[in-house]
Design a protein around this ligand. Structure first.
Ligand code: UT7
Length: 324
């Protein structure tokens, strides 16, 4: 049976590391608090030549190489992001021209930290409609520009980076199913009023509305329950149990969320992929970066069942099951 499958993965992280020790110099916090409450030790911060679309394009080139697909073969580029380089044009259009994917149409998708999962689901539908279609799905963020560096509740959490997948039709493997959800009534628990800009002429430092605002404790509780339900619903639908899953890649927001989720699902710690210690919360980029690392570390083998799950602003959440 042919399915939409991940043909190759890539990622790109900025050079600059920001440590908890450095954050101690910036806000009233400690390495001990950050490590114990979040599991985060370092995060990457984008520099001048590491704009969102540049990180996205580099991740895309690596995914194309891994998939052995040429940029001209790509029919669609989806960039999931909440920190685009500009509001218009989309980050996806910048990526298109950077990598030379002249035949692709391109658009951005905003589903916050669930953006990559939503993007993969959209890609799967295009591939199902046209088996010759090849889609680049990218999650890319430069959240360092969207964080209030005076707010210790948020600035310790987020990081920059990009991850990408080439999706195309394959025999005997690929995306088996997905469950996606949204609840706009809870919008104010995690939000950003207006887009910030990387253009120094347009930055409005006094406008706190362009920064991420989050009611962390509430988001935490919803995140754990929502991801648990999304995974359980999908497993029930597919008549599988958690023991059938080789690897679970959840959105990387907080080690305590991952531990809680694993416990509620009855999953072994070895089943859950975690790199939040290195990169913090990279929103839409977290799952594709983690997926690329899992692939490069040899954690996935042909025939393995892979489960992705996410939770983010909106609220948006979901799960996806793939056969690798
Ligand atoms: O990616 C989208 C989804 N986002 C998430 O999933 C994030 C979910 N939330 C979280 O990860 C956690 O709620 C946080 C890491 C944001 C916060 O951890 P928490 O254990 O929920 O702490 P809290 O917000 O309940 O705050 C506990 C205390 C407070 O002090 P009081 O009121 O108890 O005196 C905070 O002011 O910790 C204080 N605090 C800090 N202390 C040192 C908050 N931030 C810091 C900090 N350093 N950076």
């Amino acid at each position: 049976m042919r399915r939409a499958a991940v043909l190759g993965t890539g990622s790109c992280l900025p050079e600059r590391l920001l440590t908890n020790a450095e954050l101690e110099q910036m806000v009233e916090t400690s390495d001990e608090w950050i490590t114990a409450r979040t599991g985060i030790r370092t995060r990457r911060i984008a520099g001048e030549n590491e704009q969102n679309y540049q990180l996205a394009a580099q991740a895309a080139r690596r995914a194309l190489d891994a998939a052995e697909v040429r940029a001209e073969e790509i029919g669609l580029i989806i960039v999931a992001t909440i920190s685009p380089h500009m509001l218009v044009p989309s980050c996806a259009c910048f990526v298109q021209t950077e990598i030379g994917a002249a035949k692709a149409f391109a658009f951005d998708l905003n589903a916050a930290c669930s953006g990559f999962l939503y993007g993969l689901d959209v890609a799967a539908k295009y591939v199902a409609a046209d088996p010759n279609m090849k889609v680049l799905v990218i999650g890319s963020e430069t959240l360092s520009a969207r964080v209030d560096w005076e707010d210790r509740n948020t600035c310790i959490l987020f990081g920059d980076g990009a991850g990408a997948c080439v999706v195309g039709s394959a025999e005997g493997r690929g995306i088996i199913g997905s469950r996606l959800y949204s609840d706009g009534s809870l919008w104010n628990l995690l939000c950003m009023d207006s887009p910030a800009s990387r253009n120094p002429d347009l930055i409005a430092p006094a406008s706190k509305g362009c920064f991420i605002q989050m009611a962390g404790r509430d988001v935490f509780k919803y995140a754990v329950r929502a991801m648990e339900n999304a995974v359980t619903d999908l497993l029930t639908q597919q008549q599988l149990s958690i023991q059938d899953i080789a690897l679970i890649i959840p959105h990387q927001a907080n080690i305590r969320i991952l531990d809680n989720l694993a416990e509620r699902l009855g999953a072994q710690p070895s089943q859950i992929f975690c790199n939040v210690d290195k990169y913090g919360n990279t929103s839409a980029a977290s799952i594709p970066i983690a997926l690329d690392e899992a692939v490069r570390e040899g954690r996935l083998h042909r025939g393995d069942k892979l489960l992705l799950c996410s939770f983010g602003g909106g609220f948006t959440w979901g799960s996806m099951l793939l056969e690798w």
